[in-house]
Design a protein around this ligand. Sequence first.
Ligand code: HAM
Length: 428
Amino acid sequence: MSSQPQTFRAPVGTHDVIGPDSAQWENLIAMFAETAFRYGFELVISPLFEDVGVFNRGIGENSEVATKEMYVFEDRGGRTLALRPEGTASVVRAFVQHQPTTPWKAWYVTPAFRYERPQAGRYRQHHQIGVEVLGTDDPAVDVEVITMAWRFFASLGLTRYRLLINSMGHDECRGAYVELLREYLGAHASDLCDEHQKVWSENPLRVLDCKKTACIDVTSKGPMLPDHICDPCRTHFDAVIAALSDLGVEATLNPRLVRGFDYYTRTTFEFVADALDGAQNAIGGGGRYDKLAEQLGAKPTSGIGFGCGIERLLLTRAAENELPLNFLQRTLDCFVVDTTATNAASRLLDELRSAGIAADRAYDNRSMKSQMKVADKSGARFALLMGAQELAAGEVTIRDLRSEDFAQSQETTSRNNVVATILNLLAK
Ligand code: HAM
């Protein structure tokens, strides 16, 4: 009896990205890298795992992500590590470690790991593009990072997205507000949703974020954070709102917007896409975290940034534009068809690629007919044919695979001139 070897699939909540979808990823990441360069950001790459303390202290050890979703493990040396559930805490840890000159403007592209209930648009490994700026609390930076994301979405062709904004105040004014909210919720606890009736006092701010009608009814009549922030926080927030409006970036104040991590202070924001299903419609989010660097051991240093979900951006792009999936797939310039069973194809490909031409070939000494099929399927612009006859004559036949007129589509050129001829044809 022969036993079949066990087969494996990507773990629940994760996915492989292969062609043609991967062309969309390549395009999006390249566009974000270009945008980040234009805004003065440098790329930062940091480890996918950190001492668990980086995240516990950073995002807050009582936050939902830290308590229920983080992948925590012990390595063989007995260290307790965690896979990054988000990018900000790691980037700030790197800032504290390397002490670059400020303002430090860093961008990143990274997987993020959260043990969530997988569904469309929500995964256990998702991917983010994001930026962080450390070393200034100038409202102009808040405006810059928000505008950067806003314009980036437009450059992806998106049209139906909105910016929701709020101010979380700073430690003191938020602390005073939380006490006020606690008192209010205490008086109305029996009207809250089932879950929050039990846990409202642990973190009263979380009740503001609850989507259940019962909680919305109670909190909408209660005190709202933006009405209770101190004068300097108010001045900062007003400056951000005014400058965004001046730049034509439409912001909608959402006093319920309290994001899931404890590090946020002052400006917080979220971008939602109307083409996505309501529960998973956040395509990006971020805000200030003026205490985070200090919590991770640096001298007081302000910070702000955002992270956007690559999967959600691509889902939005597909939903809004109805682009065929292979819309952005790049195609080869040349496909070499070689039946000489010599090293001729390898040599020609080496020259073509060194000259900047995208080229591929068939393998395994297949027949001319079978190689031509692969050439057609590859989407390449030209087939370069090398048979025994061409080899003997020192020539190569160039066939335009996009031409309807078979007779007109073919020309023979000397082997020495192929690369120059192709470069000429491509430039036309
Ligand atoms: P976040 O809101 O948790 O913020 O995540 C940022 C974005 O990542 C979300 O808006 C969403 O598009 C995407 N995302 C989050 N979780 C998932 C998931 N399970 N599946 C698919 N996509 C997801 C942060 O992570 C902060 N670090 C953002 C930030 C940067 N704040 C300041 N700087």
